[in-house]
Design a protein around this ligand. Structure first.
Ligand code: URA
Length: 226
């Protein structure tokens, strides 16, 4: 009897993740004669397709849509959140709910458009009830974010809240002490700052917004914009 297709896909996904971590970027499965290498955009679209087809962790069972990310694939600035919420899961787009509206305002205040930057999350499927992604989910999904960063090579990543910062740093330091100081990850400078949802939850605390803006001013200065 043949193998269960879901299991086959999961095995294949794991094998591909492993190869990617070894630095393998392409797999030509059939001896196709090509006149040129696939374009950058089609390579990026192939990565998005891989995310859309992913069934490597249990979040695939409960998601409506995967949320690979969106924006410019040559962006110098990338924003990384924790994972899609309800609205993002319904639309397959990152940061489109209330927190997303606030993030969009921040991006505009920095004199960028959403299309100029790249916006994504550490995990690409919604964790039920908006809980934080667990270790298994983070591990199964991590290759996608590695690949996105390796591909786009942003000059700065703004890491929103605890989850992406713990993921990049591999240790748990609270966002309050991390924020405002660049650190390096994969040849890129990461600026940790508060997650927009945290700002919304603490709407009356205007100091938090000021701190986020201080962090964004450092990002702009690093990019030579101010
Ligand atoms: N919160 C996140 O971390 N990411 C989203 O895409 C939306 C809300």
């Amino acid at each position: 009897m043949g193998k269960n297709p879901d299991k086959l896909l999961t095995d294949l996904q794991e094998r591909l993740n492993y190869l990617t971590q070894l630095g393998v970027e392409y797999l030509y499965l059939t001896p196709v004669v090509r006149s040129s290498a696939p374009s950058q955009r089609s390579r990026f679209l192939a990565l998005e397709k891989q995310i859309q087809n992913c069934r490597a962790c249990p979040l695939a069972e409960t998601r409506t849509y995967t949320v690979p990310g969106e924006g410019s694939i040559t962006a110098e600035l990338m924003f990384v959140g924790e994972g899609p919420g309800y609205d993002e899961d319904q639309q397959g787009r990152p940061f489109v709910g209330r927190a997303g509206q606030l993030l969009t305002k921040i991006i505009k205040a920095m004199e960028f458009k959403r299309e100029d930057v790249y916006i994504t999350n550490v995990v690409k499927c919604r964790p039920p009830d908006n809980r934080n992604p667990n270790i298994e989910e983070l591990e199964k999904c991590q290759t996608f974010l590695f690949e996105q960063i390796r591909f786009i090579q942003p000059k700065v990543i703004v890491a929103l809240g605890n989850v992406p910062n713990h993921f990049f740093l591999k240790r748990k330091v609270g966002i309050t002490s991390l924020r405002g100081k660049f650190y390096k990850y994969m040849n890129t400078q990461v600026m940790p700052t508060f997650h927009p949802s945290y700002l919304i939850r603490n709407e009356k605390n205007r100091q938090l917004k000021r701190l986020v803006w201080d962090d964004m001013k450092q990002v702009l200065a690093f990019l030579g914009k101010r």
